[in-house]
Design a protein around this ligand. Structure first.
Ligand SMILES: [Zn+2]
Length: 230
């Protein structure tokens, strides 16, 4: 606890520390230290059509492409980084990952430039508590890097999710699905929508969000997230 507080304090005093480990100084013109730059677990999802993200969703939704920038492992520094982004006010992590994601997306042969970027919503109560939706921070940076318009007012979360423990995959998707609402249906008509999120674990939230967008008139979906298991 004290160690954690000290780390946060050190970061406030010396903001030029690596975004991933918060210990070593950033390398020149980079957001990470040399060590983390070296071991950053980038996926090959941007150049491989059948990857862990697309395999998870293909056949269930009309998917153009999907990718995670990094592999997510319990106890890894990617997990720590996402925790800092989600709960510790470290927006710059989302911004940097958004820049990286935008670059990789533009270089990928599979995305075909979506029409609009939509973040997976979080409940307004959580946004108030944390100050922002981490997927919005990430999505805005992707928008800036690609020129694709961003809109976080289309799919909204109107209820808090129930616990997902012990539910089957279909039940989980159904369960999450009822908490999302479409606020601006006309905006989605025949659009190729890029749904962005911080991390894919079970994929139920993401799948429910995609289904909602398709239900509301979107024609196809692409996915971009910071990290994914598998
Ligand atoms: Zn580092």
């Amino acid at each position: 606890m004290i160690k954690k507080l000290l780390e946060d304090l050190i970061h406030t005093i010396f903001p030029d520390l690596c975004l991933a480990c918060s210990k070593l100084p950033k390398a020149a013109e980079a957001s990470f230290c040399v060590e983390c730059l070296h071991k950053m677990p980038y996926t090959d999802h941007f150049i491989i059509k059948d990857n862990a993200v697309t395999n998870h969703l293909r056949g269930r939704i009309n998917l153009v492409h999907g990718a995670a920038i990094l592999y997510f492992r319990e106890g890894s520094f990617v997990r720590n980084m996402l925790h800092q982004l989600k709960y510790k006010g470290r927006r710059e992590i989302g911004e940097v990952m958004g820049e990286i994601g935008a670059r990789k997306m533009l270089e990928s042969p599979f995305y075909n430039i979506p029409d609009i970027i939509i973040p997976v919503p979080v409940h307004p109560k959580k946004v108030r508590k944390r100050g922002y939706n981490q997927s919005t921070i990430f999505g805005l940076a992707v928008s800036q890097g690609t020129g694709i318009p961003f809109n976080d007012k289309i799919i909204i979360k109107s209820m808090e999710s129930d616990s997902q423990t012990g539910k089957s995959r279909t039940d989980r998707v159904m369960n999450v699905s009822k908490v999302f609402e479409i606020a601006q249906k006309e905006t989605l008509q025949n659009k190729h929508v890029l749904i962005v999120d911080d991390v894919i674990t079970t994929g139920a939230t993401l799948e429910a969000c995609c289904l909602k967008a398709l239900e509301a008139g979107a024609s196809k979906i692409s996915i971009l997230c910071i990290a994914a298991t598998g």
